[in-house]
Design a protein around this ligand. Structure first.
Ligand code: S3P
Ligand code: PEP
Length: 452
């Protein structure tokens, strides 16, 4: 499968000004990547509507192709059609193969356990920031499940060889939920029966809800979730796909990729700072962790109206100013960057909890936020697990920030720039392609002036 190429210059300059009009949030890479994995392991044919085009989405499609799936695009609807054998049945499962994950943390942590279902050797590779993110979970866990693994002191590249055999196991969920997501899918694919994954100290819990939902949507066997402490795969047969369409002799699972609350959070913050705007495509019933941005926004006193179809958002009414807020982002760490941009425009000190969750993202996000926002004249203190942002003062314009090769830092700087005293340049602006390649185009659609 080839995807459309989106060109973004090295430097994008954001000119301050209002946002107006209507925009549809992009596809969620969390939803799309899970759909790709579920389409692979559920076998048969699947139709993925509203597919994402981010680098991480593209990497996941490349991975399922490398693992034996065929992916084509339906020209009329843009849907992706995936056909796959179950991995254990795949003719090439004994062969030695190499899979590339680009920079996707979810991709590598989810698909490594799935690739471990193969009995051939799989070489697992990544690039950029992924090379320094911790993967020692696999060194500790996979050997207990009949999988041989060689890593580079807990970092990439990895070589693995299964087949993974589901067993009762205890894992540590404090670093990331993504490893659990992978094991849940791999256990389901291996038809785990009367087996439990025990988890200690699980963080980013709503992401596991999303995993379980996608598994149910694809008709995979869904374990019983006991308070996020254990996940029990019982004796019952596989689940039944909730959305299936029957075409003569074959059954196709149809899955609609959700709109992205993580990328959408930047649009919402833009609306609260310099709107009003209308945003479509964000489902208030979603299990996505970053839907929690609504709570922080409501606490600022911005104008906010949420329905199942659209969200209308604008600054505080009349002469009122946005108020500082207190928010716990431990289970939704990707909200730190948009909430920092929001906090800049809120009177007083905003406190965000969960700083320890930021150390191993595309950058060490607590530090990069502190350093890049300092260039805009914003003071951010880090005290243990708390981030404290002093808001309400004018943001410096005519400055140059750097994405630090982190998509969410670039988007946070861009949104913060909307109310600055002059244009704000962002170096290595193309980092946004990791999750939201159309981000700058969407800002332009909302009336923002950009220059190189
Ligand atoms: O499962 C997912 O889709 C994700 C889980 C979160 O990671 P952690 O579980 O490591 O917090 C989040 O930060 C990441 O961007 C996407
Ligand atoms: C950390 C992120 O993604 P991942 O862990 O999947 O690379 C992110 O999107 O902010």
């Amino acid at each position: 499968m080839t995807f459309e190429k989106i060109e973004i210059p090295y430097l994008v300059r954001i000119h301050p000004g209002p946002v107006k009009g209507e925009i549809t949030a992009p596809a969620s890479k969390s939803s799309m990547q899970r759909a790709a994995a579920a389409a692979l392991v559920s076998g048969g044919s699947s139709r993925i509507l509203n597919p994402g085009i981010s680098n991480d989405d593209q990497a996941s499609i490349g991975v399922i192709e490398a693992l034996g799936a065929t992916v084509t695009k339906e020209e009329t609807s843009g849907a992706l059609l995936v056909t796959a054998n179950s991995l254990q049945m795949e003719a090439s499962q004994d062969k030695e193969i190499t899979v590339h994950f680009g920079e996707s943390g979810l991709g590598i942590r989810m698909f490594t356990s799935i690739a471990a279902l193969r009995s051939g050797v799989t070489h697992i590779q990544g690039e950029g920031s992924l090379l320094t993110r911790p993967m020692d979970f696999f060194d500790q866990t996979l050997p207990k499940l009949n999988v041989q693994i060689k890593s580079h002191e807990g970092r990439l590249p990895l070589d693995i060889q299964g087949p993974l055999l589901p067993k009762d196991i205890t894992i540590d969920g404090s670093l990331s939920s993504q490893f659990l997501t992978g094991l849940l899918l791999a256990y389901a694919a291996a038809d785990a029966t009367d087996v439990t994954i025990f988890v200690t100290n699980l963080k980013s819990r709503p992401y596991v809800d999303l995993t379980l939902k996608v598994m149910a949507d694809f008709g995979l066997k869904v374990p019983e979730n006991n308070h996020y402490e254990s996940f029990y795969f019982g004796n019952s047969p596989k689940g039944k796909a909730s959305t299936t369409t029957n075409t003569n002799t074959t059954t196709t699972t149809t899955y609609q990729v959700e709109g992205d609350w993580s990328g959408g959070a930047f649009l919402l913050v833009a609306g609260a700072i310099k709107g009003p705007i209308t945003i479509r495509g964000l489902d208030p019933q979603s299990t996505q962790a970053d839907k929690a941005v609504l709570k922080a926004l409501a606490d600022t006193g911005c104008q906010l109206s949420v329905t199942s179809d659209l969200i209308e958002i604008g600054p505080a009414a009349g002469d009122m100013r946005l108020k500082a807020f207190h928010f716990d982002a431990t289970d939704c760490p990707d909200l730190f960057p948009p909430l920092v941009a929001l906090a800049c425009y809120c009177q007083g000190k905003t406190v965000i909890e969960g700083v320890s969750r930021l150390a191993h993202k595309e950058s060490n996000r607590a530090l990069t936020l502190q350093q890049e926002f300092a260039k805009l004249g914003v003071k951010i203190d880090l005290q243990d697990d708390l981030m404290i942002i002093e808001g309400g003062k004018p943001l410096k314009g005519d400055v140059t920030t750097h994405s630090r090769h982190d998509h969410r830092i670039a988007m946070a700087a861009a949104v913060a720039a909307l109310g600055a005293t002059g244009p704000v340049a962002i170096e290595e602006a193309a980092a946004v392609k990791k999750s939201y390649p159309n981000f700058y185009r969407h800002l332009e659609n909302l009336g923002v002036t950009l220059s190189d």
